[in-house]
Design a protein around this ligand. Structure first.
Ligand code: AMP
Length: 188
């Protein structure tokens, strides 16, 4: 399919992507319906469709960096950055990044955690245009913390992109008050 036509997905393409994601009940604890994207990643057609769509959407947005949230945001984020010929920045769980970091605490759908970014992640480019990416937004706590980190590291979060939005949890709705949010798929 021509890349120009990939900026928006048809309902059929969205349905195809949605069906490629596996639901795993009660993981990592009872009551959580885990959205397993490994079945999208190992489906050549689904993964190619997703990455071509992301490339088409973001290639003309004049981005400087893609920042991905550990760990599934690394998969799409790093692949997208390579397609866009720009750098990738990891936002990691506490204690994983080796150099000087900035940290932010957040509440998760299942627990409490803390994320970090290297203080020099954007190579001292003030106002670097950054796309934040993760596989899924639930309560939005992780993404909100990540947006704050990007700002603290002197970047500008131009948009936050998610493969899946759990719309019944209002995380994306709240995040939209701060930054533009793009969710490819929504679960209601
Ligand atoms: P939250 O901070 O509540 O928006 O949670 C988002 C983060 O937790 C993302 O990094 C997701 O990968 C992960 N996550 C939360 N809920 C789920 C779920 N139901 N299925 C898969 N991943 C989830």
């Amino acid at each position: 399919m021509e890349k120009e036509k990939m900026q928006t997905l048809t309902p059929e393409q969205k349905d195809f992507l949605m069906k490629s994601i596996r639901d795993v009940p009660d993981f990592p604890k009872p009551g959580i319906l885990f959205k397993d994207i490994t079945t999208l990643l190992n489906d050549t057609q689904a993964y190619t469709l997703l990455m071509r769509h992301l490339e088409a959407r973001y290639k003309n947005m004049d981005l400087d960096f893609v920042a991905g949230i550990e760990s599934r945001g690394f998969i799409f984020g790093a692949a997208l950055a390579a397609k866009l010929d720009i750098g990738f920045v990891p936002i990691r769980k506490k204690g994983k990044l080796p150099a000087t970091t900035i940290a932010e605490k957040y509440a998760l759908e299942y627990g409490v955690d803390e994320v970090e970014i290297h203080i020099d992640a954007f190579r001292d480019k003030d106002g670097a245009r950054v796309l934040l990416i993760d596989d899924l937004i639930a309560t939005g706590g992780t993404a909100e913390a990540a947006v704050k980190l990007i700002k603290d590291a002197k970047g500008e979060c131009v948009e936050a992109a998610f493969l899946l939005e759990l719309a019944f949890l209002d995380g994306a709705k709240n995040l939209r008050k701060t930054v533009p949010v793009y969710s490819i798929l929504e679960v209601h």
